[in-house]
Ligand binder design. Structure first.
Ligand code: AMP
Ligand code: GLY
Length: 423
């Protein structure tokens, strides 16, 4: 079978490496992929948002199955366009991807269906938002309605900071039309857990939980990034919390979307906060998380391609989605200076006997030599029995991967280890 994966980051590399385990796949394409993905799939230079070009490629090459991984093409309706040409897909239709595409939509959905989330107000008008912020409790959270490359959330610890955030979104339009409407939300406290779940609108099969590390520096300091590392499972996600999430969040979300005529098929990502009042939804994503996928898929025991096909055919109930018992840890190696300014074009060396998987995010091939081309360059993912040994292994192997000015956090999984010893 001919399969194509739309996207070109570490997450897509992890998806491709998992798909490759299925011998039925004879040809695997990545659009656009990257220099590292090129070792595992044929990279085609078509941008992940270029719906027309992606559809033409799929038709011309008689693609049997498409995986649309990033948020932008999903929210723009790439799955609808491919399905219109009778190409089966893994990923939600545009009308279901709105759960990530519009924070106003997702907040209103949660309110209507009693799904636990932070209290909030929606504003379409800047003056009204500013007036509200004169008396709103501080800290508060300001969110741009639409997609903003993961940067559309401001936690304001001072009133003036909250107002500045509103102005920059609604007046200066730093996120373009994504800031036409905003959500002002109650500040919640508690540990965060990411749960990705396969769903076809009938069955809901959560994957192993994980913990992201979003800040650039050790001790959760520094700027927000696309994610500097992950561990799975997340020790805060106890069996009791999992049962509560299934009952109060996961199934109700699936049913709510069905009820609204927006059946979700694909990977639904629940960004959760475990508050003292129980788990609450911080955000929904309509796709696999990055770098969560880089720890979740290495632990998947079942066949990813079979699950994806079943999700598309609405037969997910018949499939066993099983995970290994151990742990996984992914350390992201970035170019020093990320997420601000950084150098590119630096040669990357990866030993052939590395005892971990490397998922490449920002690299290109230059005359056959792998060189850095982005801020987050790659993730080194190790799998092991205990979390402690897995973290140690991930760091040992990370030290063996080299490029000039490489930077990585040295405390990925540290908090998880502390919690694990407490529970
Ligand atoms: P998001 O882009 O929605 O994932 O938000 C980015 C980060 O902001 C989350 O991972 C949380 O750490 C934080 N955050 C978002 N909403 C809230 C909230 N209501 N209270 C506290 N922190 C939040
Ligand atoms: N790791 C967060 C995300 O994928 O949105």
């Amino acid at each position: 079978m001919k399969v194509m994966v739309v996207g070109g980051g570490g997450r897509e590399h992890a998806i491709i490496k998992s798909l490759k385990k299925n011998p039925a796949i004879t040809e695997l394409y990545a659009l656009p992929g990257n220099g590292g993905i090129a070792s595992d799939a044929t990279c085609v230079n078509i941008g992940a948002k270029d719906i027309d070009a992606v559809v033409s490629f799929a038709k011309e090459n008689q693609i049997d199955f498409a995986v649309v991984a990033p948020d932008d093409p999903l929210v723009l309706g790439m799955v609808d366009a491919l399905e219109a040409c009778e190409i089966p897909c893994f990923g939600p239709n545009k009308n279901a991807a709105i759960i990530e595409g519009s924070k106003v939509y997702s907040k209103n959905l949660m309110k209507q269906y009693d799904i636990p989330t932070a209290a909030y107000e929606v504003f379409h008008n800047m003056e009204e938002a500013l007036t509200y912020l004169d008396t709103a409790p501080i800290p508060t959270v300001i969110k741009a309605d639409g997609l903003a490359l993961g940067k559309g959330v401001v936690i304001a610890t001072e009133r003036q900071q909250a107002k500045d955030a509103v102005r920059s979104m609604m007046e200066d339009k730093i996120f373009g039309d994504s800031g036409n409407n905003i959500v002002v939300e109650e500040f919640l406290e508690g540990p965060e857990v990411s749960v990705l779940a396969f769903t076809d609108g009938i069955a809901m099969k959560p994957m192993v939980s994980s913990m992201d590390h979003k800040r650039a520096l050790d001790g959760d300091q520094g700027l927000n990034t696309g994610g500097m590392g992950t561990v799975a499972p997340n020790p805060y996600y106890t069996p009791e919390v999992a049962a509560e999430c299934m009952d109060k969040i996961f199934i109700p979300t699936m049913k709510a979307l069905n009820q609204e005529g927006r059946t979700f098929k694909g990977c639904l990502y629940f960004g959760l906060m475990i508050t003292k009042d129980g788990p609450k939804v911080i955000e929904y994503n309509c796709r696999f998380g990055d770098p969560e996928t880089q720890v979740v898929l290495p632990l998947l025991e079942s066949d990813l391609f079979e699950i994806m096909q079943a999700t598309s055919k609405e037969t997910l109930s018949d499939i066993d989605v099983k995970f290994k018992n151990g742990s996984a840890c992914c350390v992201v190696m970035a170019s020093n200076g990320y997420p601000s300014t950084y150098e590119t074009g630096l040669e990357i060396t990866i030993p052939s006997d590395l005892e971990a998987e490397v998922f490449v995010a920002g690299a290109k091939l230059d005359n056959g030599i792998l060189k850095t081309s982005g801020g987050r360059v790659l993730g080194v993912s190790a799998v092991g029995e205990t979390l402690e040994e897995t973290i140690e292994k991930a760091y040992e192997q990370t030290k063996r991967v080299n490029f000039d000015n490489a930077y990585y956090r040295t405390d990925i999984g540290k908090k998880a280890l502390q919690v694990e010893s407490e529970v």
